[in-house]
Design a protein around this ligand. Structure first.
Ligand code: ATP
Ligand code: MG
Length: 365
């Protein structure tokens, strides 16, 4: 099986409103997939359809090779779900909830008990196994929910914003667990607003916006696309304005032509390819700063606190090396250095700000 999930024009309408609109998406088997999108974009609605908790209005999907409309019971056997809102019984204890889930999936009692113990140890909730769920903190409830969803060893695990409200240590436990489950061969589908989490864990990312799939790629692929798009926008902006100015120059006087030449220079400068390098220099002084400003590849240097400078410079393969050489030749002592690439958050903001659906590559290959 190549894909753990494949959707075919999956649609969910509430009245006239399409919460999920003809979604076409293929999620690779045994991968960790990040499902992103603004509030109300349609993530939970999609997950509910894929986990057979809600019926699509039209279209369908296969999950673990089974059609969600034709074989919902087979789908349920193969999946585990950690919902956005914990859905355990408040007056039952952690252990009772977990056992109930095991029984629901027909896990044999001995196996159920040993697995429950193992999983409770793993997420560090065993100490509270006899507490009613209603008396647990938010993070403890989430841990109990994780154990309950894994008791039948599902092939595919759906997690809907699983780390919201968890403390940093508990988050890390959950991330480790997701990676471990994935390394055992399970597919993970993770809805999240936490870009760090998504970058850390996910092989592929889908961004949904107003029910439509707006982007699908690897995290790095999304960033690379954004870099290329930005470059192309700059080139096209610059060449459009240059064409207009050149048109004007045909009928301009020599004085006007000189002014229009400076407009052209300004536009080209504004839209040239550039990259940013952030460098910390422990012995930064004015002399070193001037030397770096005078390098032909440097456009602008902004001084920040504690010897940090941000260098706006020509975007070429040798630029970073030239700056480093320039600093070393002037006896500068570099303590840290990094280039500033777009983050996944930048990609998210850009993709979800676009009005129309942009992607016709929806993960299939
Ligand atoms: N039962 C329902 N009846 C009517 N509209 C609904 C229902 N469930 C969801 N919606 C609407 O469908 C849209 C998508 O909701 P959904 O819960 O899927 O968003 P989401 O992407 O999970 O958002 P969030 O990041 O806030 O969890 C929203 O506009 C929501 O109001
Ligand atoms: Mg949601």
């Amino acid at each position: 099986m190549k894909y753990c999930v494949e959707t075919f024009d999956l649609t969910k309408n509430y009245g006239d409103f399409a919460a999920v609109d003809t979604l076409k998406m293929k999620i690779k088997n045994k991968s960790i997939f990040g499902f992103l999108g603004p509030n109300g974009a349609g993530k939970t609605t999609t997950i509910k359809m894929l986990t057979c908790l809600a019926l699509p209005t039209s279209g369908t999907a296969t999950v673990a090779g089974q059609d969600i409309l034709k074989n919902p019971n087979e789908v349920r056997q193969k999946i585990g779900m950690i919902p956005q809102m914990v859905s355990l019984y408040g007056d039952l204890t952690v252990k009772e909830n977990v056992h109930l889930c095991g029984d629901f999936y027909g896990v044999h009692e001995d196996l159920r008990d040993s697995r429950a113990d193992e999983l409770m140890e793993m997420v560090d909730i065993k100490y509270a196994e006899n507490k009613p769920v209603s008396q647990l903190s938010g993070g403890m409830k989430q841990k109990a929910s994780v154990v309950a969803s894994l008791i039948h060893q599902p092939e595919i695990l759906f997690l809907d914003e699983p780390t919201i409200g968890l403390d940093p240590t508990t988050k890390r436990i959950l991330w480790d667990m997701v990676e471990e489950l994935n390394s055992e061969g399970r597919s993970i589908i993770l809805c999240s607003h936490d870009m760090y989490e998504v970058e850390l864990l996910c092989d592929d990312v889908g961004i949904i916006n107003r029910g439509l799939l707006a982007a699908f790629n690897t995290p790095q692929g999304l960033k690379d696309t954004m870099i290329t798009e930005r470059k192309n926008e700059k080139i096209s902006r610059s060449s459009n304005i240059t064409k207009i100015v050149e048109e004007m120059q045909k009928e301009a006087s020599p004085e006007e032509n000189a002014s229009l030449n400076s407009v052209k220079d300004y536009v080209e400068k504004k839209n040239r390819d550039s990259m940013e390098l952030s460098v910390m220099i422990s012995n930064l002084d004015d002399n070193l700063l001037t030397q770096l400003e005078n390098l032909p590849i440097t456009y602008k240097i902004t001084k920040q606190h504690s010897g940090r400078i941000v260098i706006d410079m020509e975007d070429s393969e040798e630029s970073v090396t030239k700056i480093i050489s320039g600093i070393i030749e002037n006896n500068g002592n570099i303590t840290s250095i990094s280039t500033k690439d777009p983050s996944l958050e930048d990609v998210f903001v850009r993709v979800t700000a676009k009005k129309e659906e942009v992607s016709d590559d929806n993960g299939g290959n």
